[in-house]
Design a protein around this ligand. Structure first.
Ligand SMILES: Cc1cc2nc3c(=O)[nH]c(=O)nc-3n(C[C@H](O)[C@H](O)[C@H](O)COP(=O)(O)O)c2cc1C
Length: 304
């Protein structure tokens, strides 16, 4: 039941660096021909149930069956989600639970049993302040960064909790595609200080994916002692690792059939539409996301 996948607006979002949550997911095998440090990420078989659950995470790109996730299970997932770490004990997010299939589809472009929409949200904090006669010092970029961190940690905790209960999930920023105002209008989100950050669709896989995707977890991703910028040799190795189809590191597998020498050529040219380093640099266009960040009060209005 998947719908749009590699569509243009998702590409645009990623190009603008909005695909934030992916960085949280780095886990398994990236073998560099170096002696492994004692603390180097291990690709050995997971040693306990928690690690098995985490290593068992894999996307099904919204290919859910019709099976419904029971309410008690949703409650367990949400209950675990709010246990995630949060700054200043303020839980600056809210989670909108949606079980209507048509609404889930309208908001995300996907179909599933239940949607947990994770909003970065200071409304409760503002309202409680006003209730006691205070004015919360304000939403700004700093609170956006801190609040986003709280929100994403809660969302990823839900992903793990769901998987531990046998429930599959899809993290999607489909809410940022199309006219984003529909998210506020459909769910009655407060116009200010509330920003839908990531959607988590829950359900059960219609079928298992053919393979597990790989991850980088070596040089360039994990740094020991201090930051090590990659050398030319390291970068050649990164290119080679992505070209090694047995590692399943990339977003697509048929990049060579599309006429590219390397997977990363496909990524930069076709997916990210990156201009050549030598050519003229196009003027940056303002994204819908930054417009809504201004509208919701996290970024100052531009003075014309
Ligand atoms: C911020 C974010 C947005 C994503 N949006 C989509 C999406 O719209 N559609 C989709 O199929 N997968 C989406 N994903 C899931 C990733 O594509 C998925 O994690 C990736 O394919 C890795 O797959 P794996 O978990 O099986 O290794 C998103 C993930 C993140 C973190």
């Amino acid at each position: 039941m998947k719908t749009r996948r590699l569509d243009a607006s998702r590409r645009r979002l990623i190009r603008h660096g909005i695909d934030v949550g992916g960085a949280l997911l780095a886990t398994a095998a990236f073998a560099r021909p170096l002696k492994a440090a004692a603390t180097e990420p291990s690709s050995a078989a997971p040693a306990n149930e928690t690690l098995k659950t985490i290593h068992g995470l894999r996307t099904i790109h919204g290919d859910f069956s019709e099976r419904v996730v029971p309410d008690e299970t949703i409650q367990l997932v949400v209950g675990a989600s709010v246990r995630a770490a949060n700054a200043s004990a303020m839980q600056s997010y809210s989670i909108v639970v949606v079980k209507d299939g048509a609404t889930i589809h309208k908001l995300t472009g996907y179909r599933g049993s239940c949607l947990l929409l994770y909003c970065l949200d200071y409304t409760r904090v503002f309202d409680a302040a006003a209730h006691l006669g205070y004015r919360f010092p304000g939403a700004n970029l700093e609170s956006f960064v801190t609040g986003s961190t709280n929100t994403i940690l809660a969302a990823q905790t839900a992903v793990i909790a769901a998987k531990s209960l046998g429930v599959d999930s899809l993290l999607t920023n489909g809410v940022h595609r199309g006219d984003m105002q529909r998210v506020w209008d459909t769910l009655g989100l407060p116009e200010q200080y509330c920003f839908p950050l990531i959607a988590l669709v829950l359900g059960y896989a219609a079928k298992e994916p053919a393979y597990m995707k790989g991850r980088l977890s070596g040089p360039g991703v994990v740094h020991f002692g201090k930051y090590h910028r990659l050398s030319k040799t390291d970068l050649d190795e990164i290119v080679r690792q992505h070209d090694d189809k047995s590692r399943h590191l990339g977003l697509v597998e048929d990049w060579d059939q599309k006429g590219h020498k390397h997977y990363l050529d496909w990524l930069y040219k076709d997916w990210l539409r990156a201009p050549s380093a030598q050519g003229p640099q196009p003027a940056p266009a303002e994204s819908q996301i930054s417009k809504f960040m201004r509208k919701s009060g996290f970024v100052e209005e531009q003075k014309s």
